[in-house]
Ligand binder design. Structure first.
Ligand code: CP
Length: 305
């Protein structure tokens, strides 16, 4: 592949190969000298039209650990503020001969469109409520390191599924690797057609969490709600917030994940987020490794050889 635009279209063997490559990147990242020079002399531009803590910083570190020259485009102080379009911005940056563009945008499909207009490789770092492929890969890597093969694990994805590109990418990846995927949330936050994605659907946390191996919590994305349905925080936490009592319905030893950023006390109790079953900090470490793996895999197919 020349781009990574989504999990959709990746074969199970390709996903597994990326996870194996990421295992090597974990080792590199834990050395004193964290370098593997597969992108030496290459230029990577991070172009984030939406805010990010984890994804942007880990793509920057990943590129640097592979020897690339990494430039973070500051959209907030760019000519986007003067009305320049996404495509004109991308074409302008493309004229500077980057090898890789890492793009996050608030509109679903924007990164696919951009990839058709530029000559370099493009990585989707999150487009609207559509896909966030490197998040799903890092989640899979984290799960695999604790539970072994993902095949036959039961993974419960909980909360605001409707607005979640993380949920969509995870559903596709986990299904491709043979997991049983459940989605739990209020009916107003479950997208139409979810049943066609090969998941079991629950509106009750205790029923949906029963015997789950992995509990994946999602942020309540209030900024993407149009005001017609914004649940009260207290009510949402009561019914859908993960606390010790609800978690007790999952398998003993079940592990808890959250892509971040977290709203403590909204979708997850602080005691669970910081507790012994939480993998949240490890997900961040795996984020760097997975992004190194994706960059390394694309390096073999960069347009300029
Ligand atoms: N999980 C995730 O994408 O986090 P950021 O929005 O901070 O990048």
């Amino acid at each position: 592949h020349r781009h990574l635009l989504g999990i959709e279209g990746l074969q199970a063997e390709e996903i597994t190969a990326l996870l194996d490559l990421a295992e090597e990147a974990v080792e590199v990242s834990r050395q004193v000298e964290k370098k593997k020079a597969v992108l030496r002399g290459r230029t990577q531009i991070n172009l984030f039209f939406e805010s990010s803590t984890r994804t942007q910083s880990s793509f920057e570190l990943a590129g640097k650990r592979l020897g690339a020259d990494v430039m973070n485009m500051s959209v907030a102080s760019s000519s986007v503020k003067k009305g320049e379009t996404l495509i004109d911005t991308a074409i302008t940056l493309n004229a500077m001969n980057p090898d890789i563009l890492v793009v996050r945008h608030h509109a679903a499909g924007a990164v696919h469109l951009l990839a058709q207009k530029v000559g370099c490789s493009v990585i989707n770092a999150g487009d609207g409520a559509h896909e966030h492929p490197t998040q799903a890969l890092l989640d899979a890597l984290t799960i695999r390191r604790h539970k072994g093969p993902i095949h036959d694990l039961t993974v419960a994805i909980c909360g605001d599924i409707l607005h979640s590109r993380v949920a969509r990418s995870n559903i596709m990846l986990l299904n491709a690797l043979g997991a049983r995927v459940r989605c739990i949330g209020p009916s107003t936050l479950l997208p139409k057609g979810l049943d066609r994605l090969g998941v079991e659907i629950f509106t009750d946390m205790r029923a949906g969490l029963t015997d789950a191996d992995i509990v994946m919590m999602l942020r309540l994305q209030r900024e993407r709600m149009d005001g017609s349905f914004v649940p009260s925080v207290r009510e949402y936490f009561h019914f859908f917030g993960l606390d010790a009592e609800k978690l007790s319905f999952a398998k003993p030893g079940a592990l808890v994940m959250h892509p971040g950023p977290m709203n403590r006390g909204v979708e997850i109790d602080s005691a669970i987020a910081d507790g012994p079953q939480s993998l949240i900090r490890e997900q961040v470490e795996m984020g760097v490794a997975v992004r190194m793996a994706v960059l390394e895999a694309l390096a073999q197919n960069l347009p300029n050889g």
